[in-house]
Design a protein. Structure first.
Length: 327
């Protein structure tokens, strides 16, 4: 038996229920893992509210770390007793024990704690594919400007550090002076408090009127239009979330008038669709963390039973850095 958090219908945090579930044996290509810590991510909110549709009832959660308890047929990269961490579909990490596909589960280096492993996988792999694989025409070189919205969030703080290590000038936006200070402390070259000033003219000022090569945006509706205007000709608008709501439909013709710019909507699960790509990205992330280039900040911890409050705080933008659920 395992404690787990499920929803039986979409809605607010009150839909999150703590229940007992039966956990069986892993089948071919699966493992059973006993969690030590669980990651909280904004994608969990999208699933809970129904923005991303799933069959009900749904066990929540996309990220966790723990000990491998059992291994199914055909799994060769993991063994019983291995320390492991993952970001993976299908959801189901909000629990003590689960059976899950093995392909997205990676051995966790001994130098990285279970709490850090649970906090870093989804957000760290997201920062990895954004900065290393989601690139404008000609790529990014040291000294280039990029704009990163929600820079004090879990993905944002990892991206601030990694961008600095790559020599990029990251302009980070956040909703308070304290969050801006945190992003600046962790590597942002410039910060903009969007609750006090319009980020578009400030970006143009910082870049000498040229704009940025790429915008990385998990906010969505509220930042979309002005973000397009922050781009240089042939720049890239990389959307990877909808924290303020989904972007409204738009006419592709506007992209030509704004400088023949590009638009892409990214999701981590395309990038980690194979075990090989997942492992390669995870190895890059593990190296960034163990070398000290990236520090994973865990600013909030909630017991699994208090997951409703964790969701409320996340949606109210009361959190910074990473948040984990403890067992």
């Amino acid at each position: 038996m395992s404690k787990a958090i499920i929803i039986e219908q979409t809605g607010g945090p009150e839909q999150l229920k703590l229940v007992d579930v039966t956990v069986g044996e892993p089948g071919a290509g699966e493992i059973r893992i006993r969690h030590k810590a669980i990651g909280l991510n904004y994608i969990d909110v999208y699933q809970r509210t129904g923005l991303y549709a799933f069959a009900m009832p749904l066990t929540m959660g996309m990220e966790g770390s723990g000990i491998v308890e059992a291994v199914g047929a055909g799994v060769t990269h993991l063994q019983v007793g291995d320390r492991a961490a993952y970001a993976a579909n299908p959801p189901g990490s909000y629990c003590e024990v689960r059976v899950m596909p093995a392909k997205n589960v990676c051995k966790l280096p001994d130098a990285i704690s279970f709490e850090t492993g649970a906090a870093m996988m989804l957000k760290g792999l997201t920062a990895q594919y954004l900065l290393k694989k989601t690139l404008p025409v000609g790529g990014l070189q040291a000294g280039d400007f990029v704009l990163f919205h929600a820079a004090a969030g879990g993905v944002g703080l990892i991206a601030c550090q990694w961008a600095k290590a790559l020599g990029l000038q990251l302009i980070g936006t956040a909703g308070s002076d304290a969050k801006c200070a945190l992003a600046k402390e962790l590597g942002a070259a410039y910060t903009i408090n969007y609750s006090k000033e319009d980020f578009l003219p400030r970006v143009k000022e910082i870049t000498g009127g040229k704009g940025v090569k790429v915008v990385y945006d998990s906010v969505g509706k509220d930042t979309w239009d002005k973000s397009l205007d922050c781009l240089q000709p042939f720049g890239l608008m990389a959307s990877f979330g909808n924290a303020s709501g989904p972007v409204a439909p738009f006419a592709p013709g506007i992209l030509g008038g704004k400088g023949s710019i590009y638009v892409t909507r990214q999701t981590l699960f395309t990038h980690i669709a194979t075990r090989e790509s997942n492992q390669a990205m995870a190895d890059d992330l593990f190296e960034a963390v163990t070398s000290g280039k990236v520090t994973i900040r865990i600013d909030q911890r909630y017991p699994l039973a208090e997951v409703q409050q964790a969701h409320r705080d996340l949606e109210a933008r009361k959190t910074t850095g990473c948040t984990i659920l403890t067992l």
